[in-house]
Design a protein around this ligand. Structure first.
Ligand code: GRF
Length: 236
């Protein structure tokens, strides 16, 4: 693993359209100094839009033919030179061998405020439907280190998002996705640089400077800038 402030070689796994991958490609391929570069993108779905986005950015891609084969995935990631693994809408459980090989170097984003509305079966619109059915007034985005269970593991950063009157799963999901697009590059950059680490005590050390959350009124009246625009496509 690289020393703090060294440049990380980042692999990304994604199953869907890849809008979160796109903000990472834009961030790490964009102007200015960054603590990492994206060296490989993989998917369990050969037709995933994320693979097209990676190819368009000139990043090598691969298909994970057996997502349960952890040793094969570790070998693929090692041969790509990856030392940081990022899940950007990857819908398969990460095998134990990968969790161990990338301990403290494996990060996921989830479109809710974990530990609420996470776990097996909680993906895509199901999450936002459950939020509305429970009458929650706040949801959000969470970035966390990954362990061997869905959507568990120490939390790196969260960004709250209000539920507004009249919301549908689609409108709520779109609002959450926009915050994901802002939160995710900040968190991956922080882990890549070593500003945020998973300590031997199992806790997250360091923190991500998350901007002040927009208010419900700012969301309602369209005053929140859109960074990446397009919608996610997830199906586990
Ligand atoms: C995002 O909401 C992410 O949090 C979840 O899956 C969705 C992926 O969307 N894990 P995209 O493929 O990045 O557009």
């Amino acid at each position: 693993m690289p020393a703090p402030n060294a440049s990380a070689n980042i692999a990304v796994l994604a199953s869907g359209g890849g809008s979160n991958l796109q903000v990472l490609l834009d961030h790490f391929g964009g102007p200015g100094a960054h603590a990492g570069r994206i060296v490989w993108v993989g998917s369990d779905k050969p037709t995933a839009g994320a693979l097209t986005r990676a190819s368009n950015a000139g990043v090598p891609t691969g298909v994970v033919s057996d997502p349960r084969d952890g040793d094969a995935l570790v070998a693929t990631l090692r041969s790509a030179g990856a030392d940081l693994l990022v899940l950007a809408g990857y819908l398969k459980l990460i095998p134990e061998a990968v969790v161990q090989a990338f301990h403290g170097r494996l990060v996921n984003i989830h479109p809710a405020l974990l530990p609420a509305f996470g776990g097996a079966g909680m993906y895509g619109q199901r999450i936002h439907t459950a939020v509305l059915e429970h009458g929650a007034t706040v949801t959000g985005a969470t970035v966390h280190f990954v362990d061997a269970q869905y959507d568990r593991g120490p939390i790196i950063a969260q960004w709250p998002v209000p539920v507004l009157p009249g919301d549908t799963p689609a409108t709520l999901g779109a609002r959450v996705l926009r915050t994901e697009h802002r939160l995710f590059p900040l968190c991956v950059e922080a882990v890549a640089s070593g500003a945020v680490v998973l300590g031997d005590d199992g806790n997250v050390h360091g923190h991500v400077d998350v901007p002040v959350s927009p208010t419900a009124a700012e969301w309602r009246f369209g005053l929140v800038p859109d960074t990446a625009g397009d919608a996610g496509t997830c199906a586990r």
